[in-house]
Ligand binder design. Structure first.
Ligand SMILES: NC(=O)c1ccc[n+]([C@@H]2O[C@H](COP(=O)([O-])OP(=O)(O)OC[C@H]3O[C@@H](n4cnc5c(N)ncnc54)[C@H](OP(=O)(O)O)[C@@H]3O)[C@@H](O)[C@H]2O)c1
Length: 384
């Protein structure tokens, strides 16, 4: 798996340059000085935050070249409190496309369904340039989550057809199993996906929050492109339980979800933050209780201090740390704000020495993380 460096010119930047160049041909000489000033703005646009470099998840026939950072769309409708209206979300997604993001992550359960509908409306027109990944597994009946898992072959097939409709696509660039179904073995899930691939309905697949053993079983039946699990400076389980090593050995990519720890490492939330009662799962997580956040703020302070002498924000430190771990890792931060999108994309611009990252790790490791990442019910569903 390799990392490729490319500089993308955004669609808007290109159009602006073309318009200005065309106008210059017909303009009186005096006005050219004004244009020169404007041309500088175009120069500035070329310095606008955009993705530097692409990465490849997976190998061989299921390799997937994507931008070095993806965009997690979940929080635009689900689990991250208040969000802007649909028009603004669509505009921000278009900005992300303009700035070179080619990987957008959603799931059936987000909403449920509202997130896929938003992604279909906003992004299907770019289907030739970008890829949308979505996820099945959580049972959804009549638009409502039941809390159960269902990955039986006929259910995966139905979910696939429904996702294709909502996303307005003929084929899913990548379909993840969101959580394991205790009643359907991974081999059966893999074999259903293999059939969907033969039929052209699905191009690649992945699994979330599974063990190294499950990855091996599934990969042997149908090669996996990526594993998507929680991974960031406050949760490094995949380094310890063999998941990252297995991905490295088998040539499977890795997509860290919640790479800024659900916003916490960005430093904008704290013990006084009030989460929307009906649309934010953070209030159910032990690590996001006020006492835990107060204690864990020391970790955010470490990231801020580390970033201060390097011109980085704590969110950029969190993302940069993940990016330097391996060239086949592609984090998918989510945001509802252009300023955060720009900040996150610029995380791809920093190159630090391995010793510097080690210094950061040592400082963070010295502070115990307070509170589990999931409550008992959510914990039962992970790392099968
Ligand atoms: N496979 C799974 O089981 C699973 C589970 C959870 C999530 N995911 C995927 O991972 C994606 C991201 O996860 P996530 O939303 O949980 O966590 P995240 O990306 O770590 O954090 C998102 C939160 O951080 C804030 N934020 C973003 N950039 C920031 C910055 N530069 N500074 C300060 N705050 C910033 C956002 O708020 P603003 O809107 O204010 O920027 C948002 O509330 C999801 O969209 C989803 O696609 C997958």
């Amino acid at each position: 798996m390799k990392e490729i460096n490319k500089t993308e010119i955004g669609r808007r930047g290109f159009l602006k340059t073309a318009m200005l160049a065309g106008a210059a041909l017909t303009m009186p000489a005096g006005l050219n000085r004004v244009l020169a000033a404007k041309t500088n703005r175009v120069g500035e646009d070329r310095r606008a935050a955009c993705i530097r470099g692409s990465r490849v998840l997976g190998t061989g026939a299921v390799a997937f070249e994507v931008s070095a950072l993806g965009f997690g769309v979940m929080g635009m409708t689900y689990n991250r409190s208040q969000h802007p209206d649909k028009k603004q979300c669509v505009r921000l997604l278009h900005e992300a496309v303009d700035r070179g993001v080619t990987l957008f992550d959603t799931a059936i359960i987000y909403g449920p369904l509202t997130n896929e509908n938003l992604v279909g409306e906003a992004l299907s027109e770019f289907r030739e340039r970008i890829a949308v990944t979505t996820k099945f597994g959580h049972e959804v009946i009549d638009g409502k989550a039941t809390g159960r898992q269902d990955s039986r072959p006929q259910t995966i097939r139905r979910y696939c057809e429904e996702s294709l409709k909502r996303l307005r696509l003929d084929s899913l660039p990548m379909f993840y199993q969101h959580r394991a179904d205790p009643n359907t073995p991974p081999e059966e899930v893999a074999s259903t996906i293999a059939d969907l691939m033969k039929e052209g309905k699905v191009q690649r697949w992945g699994m979330c929050e599974v063990s190294a053993e499950t990855i091996r079983k599934a990969h042997a039946i149908c090669p996996l492109t990526a594993i998507q699990s929680e991974y960031h400076l406050m949760h490094r389980l995949v380094e310890e339980n063999g998941v990252l090593n297995t991905c490295r050995e088998l040539g499977i990519g890795f997509v860290p979800y919640s790479p800024i720890n659900r916003g916490f490492l960005g430093g904008c939330i704290n013990e006084y933050t009030v989460f929307a009662p009906n649309n934010d799962n953070r209030q159910t997580l032990p690590r996001f209780q006020p006492e835990a956040m107060r204690a864990n703020m020391r970790i955010v302070n470490i990231l801020q201090a580390f970033g201060r002498t390097r011109g980085m924000t704590s969110a950029q430190v969190a993302l940069g740390w993940l990016l330097q771990k391996a060239p086949w890792i592609v984090p998918i931060p989510g945001t509802t704000k252009l300023s955060h999108l720009e900040e996150n994309l610029r995380a791809t611009e920093f190159t630090l020495l391995p010793e510097e990252w080690k210094e950061l790790e040592n400082a963070v490791e010295a502070i115990p993380v307070v509170g589990e990442r999931y409550n008992t019910e959510q914990q039962r569903q992970v790392v099968f």
